[in-house]
Design a protein around this ligand. Sequence first.
Ligand code: GDP
Ligand code: IMO
Ligand code: MG
Length: 430
Amino acid sequence: MTKIDVLLGLQWGDEGKGKIVDVLTPRYDVIARFQGGPNAGHTLEFNGMKHVLHIIPSGIFHEDKINLIGNGVLIEPRIFRQEIDELTAKGVDATRNLVVSKKAHLILPSHRMMDAANEQAKGNAKIGSTLKGIGPAYTDKIARTGLRVGDMLAEDFIERYGQLKRQHLLMARAMGFDVEQFRIDGMTLGEYEQVWMESLATLKRFRFVNSEYFINRCLQEDKKVLAEGAQAMMLDIDFGTYPFVTSSNTITAGVCTGLGVAPSTIGKVMGITKAYCTRVGAGPFPTELFDETGSRLCELGHEYGATTGRPRRCGWIDLPALRYACMINGVTELYVTKPDVMNDFETVNMCTAYEIEGQKTDEIPFEYNTVEIAPLLTPYKGWQQSLAGITEYNALPANLKNYLAAIEEQTGVRIAAVSISPDRKDVLFK
Ligand code: GDP
Ligand code: IMO
Ligand code: MG
């Protein structure tokens, strides 16, 4: 029996998970998503082409590998269809290597409406949700009113769909939300519903499985399985910067509930961090830079959301948050991405501790959202050279290796590899 390896983000998302999964896929037989949904945007680049995946696992471009959408994932059928159509246009026939859990929940058009209604009701305190319906769909899952992939095949599906939709309409109207003015991609709720219903046919072309048996059988047959995380540690519903988080467990523990595997089956836990830090949407971000350096990171790093196009907030790497992430997730190895973005920087700063009300701490306090946190920065000499063409870890500039060694020392976790460009080929294993 093999163990299931896990790959997840250690910051606030967009660490380069999609890219690293794509690079690691040749070592695995199955790539499985265990949580999140179309709020994710995972970018892959190879052969001069860029691909962005939202619901589909990042192993999909490897024809001989199975990709599983697990029970913990949310599927929005129209977004799923769009992804499938894009893959088909690129010559990828996903029906051959993608399987879907019958227990994965569906995002309805009215979940997306409720997402917008909730955000509107929050006013200035809004989370900056991706408006894909994530919060409301997980709410219905927990409330035991949700609809699952397997339910699509039941006779009373349309009836149950109608019931749930009516409930959402009642709630939205009671919140003073203007349902008639609401649009998804320029469509009214009714128009979108029609496209959504048509999209179910695409979803039904795929093999639906009892994924908990599927995945455990894979492990028993000594197949190698990689669990692909979406979002990241600091957006976790329990341990992230609540309420400025997503609505799922993005952490290693989420693999157990999102796929149906026992804790004892967890193998390696690979954590990804950028060499700096970004966040999209609202919420605390102690190392955020509001100056020219922040704008430089945004421009040089092309830090615009892969799902929403929103500019990402940028700042220095945050070691208290990273240590917290390593602790909660049991990270066994680190992957560091995007140091190349700081190639021209004279100095690269690292936040090694926080100062809160005059006290130095390296813990994430409960009051993270409400107290003023001053990041205590340690400066490192920049490497001030291009990394293009470097093919070995040891050939990286000494100042960069020094910076990476400091990350290892601060977290107590070894670095397995460094990524130095968006392309699949530029990952240097140590
Ligand atoms: P994910 O959500 O964690 O999969 O990450 P995203 O795809 O949302 O964002 C990561 C962005 O950084 C994408 O545009 C990637 O193409 C890009 N990227 C990944 N690794 C590197 C790297 O090492 N260097 C540079 N410059 N860009 C990278
Ligand atoms: P990947 O997988 C970055 C953020 C949103 C918002 C909060 C809640 O690409 O790293 P939601 O739509 O989940 O209710 O939004 O979480 N968020 C992400 N930020 N990367 C993501 O995914 C994200 N998914 C959600 O911006 O602040
Ligand atoms: Mg992303």
